[in-house]
Design a protein around this ligand. Structure first.
Ligand code: AMP
Length: 190
């Protein structure tokens, strides 16, 4: 089973992914975490992308595409991935299908966490204190939210067409959201 968790910055994708990983024995593939790791380790790629990430813009499709292919092609993760932060655009969603097909896999469900800009701002303020992410100040967070709004509709339409999309109210408490997600996943596992 491969899943996608979708939603704006601060929606709780990372938190819920960690819950799903433990509950269903999957692996979290967070493109944001992978990119931040490159920056932390001062790799060539990290140096190239740090200003893009800090400005709240998206890294190129080629860069994120090759990061996720490394994961998808690895047998260890076969049919056990929760994609967190990918896809973000229609072209990434199409690329994901192409890559999964290449490695004889598919997406089984797309979970969308719906949250308002007000909640996003509040959560990002809290996360900034805990995680000290350089792209978590309010102005950049608003920019990231607007970027999300611009490209998310096309991605959601894409998954609606294939009946994969499930919408979860991301404004509820963490435990409540986890229960709802868990029930949705169990419904496809049969
Ligand atoms: P996240 O941790 O998912 O909020 O991502 C943090 C930042 O990493 C984003 O604002 C982008 O700059 C970059 N990033 C993460 N995932 C992607 C992606 N799928 N496509 C392009 N850029 C991404």
């Amino acid at each position: 089973m491969n899943l996608v968790i979708f939603g704006p910055p601060g929606a709780g994708k990372g938190t819920q992914s960690k819950f799903i990983v433990n509950e269903f024995n999957l692996y979290q593939l967070s493109t944001g975490d992978l990119l931040r790791n490159e920056i932390k380790n001062k790799t060539e790629l990290g140096l190239k992308i740090s200003s893009i990430i800090n400005s709240g813009e998206l890294v190129s499709d080629e860069i994120v595409g090759s990061l996720i292919e490394k994961f998808i092609s690895n047998e260890k993760y076969q049919n056990k991935i929760i994609f967190d932060g990918y896809p973000r655009t229609l072209s990434q969603a199409q690329n994901l299908d192409k890559l999964l097909k290449k490695y004889h896999q598919k997406i089984d469900m797309v979970l969308k966490l719906s949250v308002s800009l007000e909640s996003v701002k509040k959560r990002i303020r809290e996360r900034q204190i805990q995680e000290k992410r350089t792209d978590d100040n309010e102005d950049i967070a608003i920019k990231r939210f607007k970027n999300y709004e611009k490209s998310s509709e096309q991605v959601l339409d894409y998954y609606k067409q294939t009946n994969l999309l499930k919408v979860v109210n991301g404004e509820s408490g963490i435990a409540e959201i986890s229960i709802e997600i868990s029930e949705l996943i169990k419904s496809i596992k049969g």
